[in-house]
Write a protein that binds this ligand. Structure first.
Ligand code: PA5
Length: 521
């Protein structure tokens, strides 16, 4: 079959959504095997079960409600009422902030929003603001999404006196995430250092009764918005987690939700050829043999979408990267996701994609309308900068295919709140479908929880080493310190000592090898 025939038979289009998916360069089979057809049928059934509110996250005994957020009519009565009420409260609060009815204690309107959160409680708002916030917006959005004090200082310094006109939104579903708590404490301290009462600037988005909720309540913060167990962190961008920051910077959250609802409707259809999310999931399965043997490279040819790869990295890898399947077998599933943007990446790792390891498939994302307003000619053929962007995409797609590398292309007519909602919903559903195809729970994150515990173990050891160092006289090596505190893991003790030395708690004299390094308090 010619590539043209292949192309014309392998494009799914939703003209009413300004969307299409071209999977012609994935070389997928024309028909799926009986085994695959059974998996597909199960995935369609799971889709219905998810939307009907069945417990589809068995490990945590939870329903999976993110599809309800953009269509509360699907949700049970209590959840539907909660969704509507939360959205109304977000809309009303944000409108008051934007109109200056809720303002900073210095009587001026808020000019900045500082979001403190991590993972699913930050990535969605980061994606949305980068994609949609106009450069001349009256209010901007900054982030503390880590426990790196250097990063925090940069944000506080960039705000400077502007801190007095900055609304702080602390977001944590669990209300107990260490990075977020630290960011909140550092922010509180930054306000205090300027003689400002933090509680007059602070808003929380968190689970009812969480540590953060209690803290916000007892400190009398301006407002508290709820999160529910049936919304996963990485799929929370259409709850208050994403809607509040988006509305506060003036974005049209109704259009965002409407775009997602419209895509959900298309991907609710139990027909492979008409369902873009199922096709996406099947292409992932086909490319990686159902075991994730090929990496997913996300290449948006659009600067405003450059966080899409980071966002999808979390959505896909935290959802699909699982040790066990739903029957308890060790499967070590997952798909590695990376990317940044085209054509920029053509001057970086695309070299390897074209000529190196064939261990990936690419997804190009294009926004057909490259610029609002007039195009500028940049050569004597009459080409514009946007023509070049398209040229680089088409050239790379062709070159990859000619050297045996597969790709898909998602096209959006334009980028706006509606189409961004579509794109996110497309991928959320594809992740759900893929999880069903490979029989895993996409809605829990035991590895994330394990990481949180491991950090706690190190912090306990660090406190012990710090305390013992304070009581010690003279210099100690890591071995000597480990013996003193009865710790078997000498390397961990060494890292504690080294960290303390780098941060002024003790000094270090270098030995011949790390084992000879001596630390003095
Ligand atoms: O998707 C997830 O569940 C995680 O990435 C969480 O969003 C992240 O760990 C932050 O959790 P929390 O919102 O409870 O602070």
């Amino acid at each position: 079959m010619s590539t043209w025939d292949k192309f014309s038979n392998s494009v799914i289009r939703y003209p009413d959504l300004g969307f299409s998916l071209d999977y012609s360069r994935m070389d997928a089979p024309d028909e799926w095997s009986a085994e695959m057809t059974a998996k597909i049928e199960r995935a369609f059934k799971d889709r219905a079960a998810i939307e009907a509110g069945e417990i589809m996250n068995p490990d945590e005994g939870r329903a999976v409600g993110h599809y309800w957020l953009r269509n509360p009519d699907l949700a049970p009565d209590a959840e539907a009422a909660w969704i509507r009420e939360t959205k109304d409260r977000v809309t009303a609060f944000s409108a008051k902030v934007l109109k200056g009815e809720i303002k900073a204690p210095n009587d001026r309107a808020f000019r900045h929003v500082l979001l403190v959160g991590i993972g699913g409680s930050a990535l969605g708002p980061q994606l949305v603001s980068k994609a949609l916030l106009p450069p001349n917006a009256p209010i901007d959005l900054l982030f503390l999404d880590n426990t790196d004090p250097g990063g925090m200082d940069d944000v506080f310094e960039s705000l400077g006196d502007g801190l007095a006109e900055t609304l702080v939104v602390v977001i944590s579903k669990s209300g107990g995430t260490a990075e977020t708590r630290n960011g909140m404490l550092e922010t509180e301290a930054a306000y205090k250092a300027r003689g400002l009462d933090f509680s007059k600037y602070a808003v929380a988005v968190t689970g009812d009764g969480s540590k953060l909720d209690k803290h916000a309540e007892s400190e009398g913060w301006i407002e508290r918005f709820p999160m529910e167990d049936w919304i996963g962190g990485r799929t929370s961008v259409m709850s208050a987690v994403g809607l509040l920051p988006a509305a506060l910077i003036g974005l049209n959250i109704d259009r965002f939700l409407a775009g997602a609802a419209a895509m959900d409707e298309k991907t609710r259809v139990d027909s492979v050829d008409e369902n873009a999310s199922m096709l996406l999931a099947l292409m992932w399965y086909h490319a990686g043999d159902g075991v994730g043997s090929k990496d997913m490279v996300i290449l948006p040819y659009c600067d405003r979408l450059d966080l899409m790869s980071k966002y999808l990295q979390q959505l896909v890898m935290e959802s699909l990267g699982k040790e066990l399947d739903l029957d308890g077998n060790v499967v070590n599933q997952g798909i590695a996701v990376y990317g940044n943007k085209g054509s920029t990446d053509q001057h970086a790792y695309v070299q390897q994609l074209r000529d190196g390891l064939k261990n990936f498939f690419a997804t190009f994302i294009e926004v057909r309308e490259t610029r609002k307003g007039d195009a500028m000619e940049v050569d004597d053929m009459g080409s514009s900068t946007g023509d070049y962007l398209q040229g680089f995409l088409r050239g790379t797609r062709k070159a990859l295919y000619e050297s045996g590398r597969k790709s898909m292309t998602i096209s959006l007519d334009e980028l706006n709140a509606f189409t961004l909602g579509e794109l996110i919903a497309l991928y959320e559903r594809a992740v759900s479908f893929y999880a069903s195809l490979v029989n895993i729970n996409a809605y829990h994150q035991p590895g994330v929880e394990a990481g949180k515990k491991a950090a706690g173990t190190f912090l306990d050891l660090l406190a012990k080493v710090r305390g013992t160092l304070g009581e010690s006289e003279g210099a100690v090596t890591a071995d000597a310190m480990a013996e003193k505190i009865g710790e078997e893991d000498v390397e961990a003790v060494y890292h504690c000592l080294n960290h303390l030395a780098a941060n002024g708690v003790c000094s270090r004299t270098e030995g011949e090898t790390v084992a000879g390094d001596e630390f003095t308090s």
